[in-house]
Design a protein. Structure first.
Length: 171
């Protein structure tokens, strides 16, 4: 089922998510809905709080359009190691029509549970490394715009507020 995606500045996006204790049918259903919602958007990643569920679940698929889908489901993911620097443009399904460069690690090692509840470790680089950092941030109530410098962030907020007003005005 495709779920509605919460849009900034929804306060639900600022809440911290709790670890998943048991991977049961309910969690599997959330994962299925998250994947469906992400592919429908379309996006390359989605975190559970973006659909109003405050559990530490992330789905990511950074495969190119002409490639087979490659869905990564990460339960309770956390970064155990980061190195190098990346400064790439990011967007977010919860922050409409805005993109900005964000400083991240170029390589991360992520520990997580898979859907069988087994602990797996993944070394990610490139777009996947950025996606992991962006999505794990969501689980802690952090959006990519929170990483902007105070001046850029202020500009973003003004621009975004105006944009939201304009779209509401024409809707
Ligand atoms: Ni996002």
């Amino acid at each position: 089922m495709i779920r509605p995606i919460l849009i900034y500045p929804d306060p639900e996006l600022k809440k911290k998510s709790a670890p998943v204790k048991v991977i049961n049918e309910k969690i599997l259903e959330i994962v299925r809905d998250m994947a469906e919602t992400m592919y429908d958007a379309p996006g390359i990643g989605l975190a559970a709080p973006q659909i109003g569920i405050h559990q530490r679940i992330v789905v990511i698929d950074v495969s190119a359009k002409d490639e087979e889908p490659d869905l990564i489901v990460a339960i309770n993911p956390f970064i155990i190691h980061g190195e190098g620097e990346a400064y790439e443009e990011e967007g977010c399904l919860s922050v409409v029509r805005f993109a900005a460069n964000v400083r991240r690690h170029a390589v991360v090692v992520v520990k997580m549970l898979n859907l069988e509840g087994e602990e797996v470790t993944c070394r990610a680089e490139g777009l996947l490394a950025i996606a992991f950092q962006h999505e794990i941030d969501h689980l802690d109530g952090i959006l990519f715009v929170d990483h902007l410098s105070p001046l850029k962030r202020e500009m973003f907020i003004k621009k975004y507020r105006r944009m939201l007003e304009e779209t509401q005005g024409t809707a």
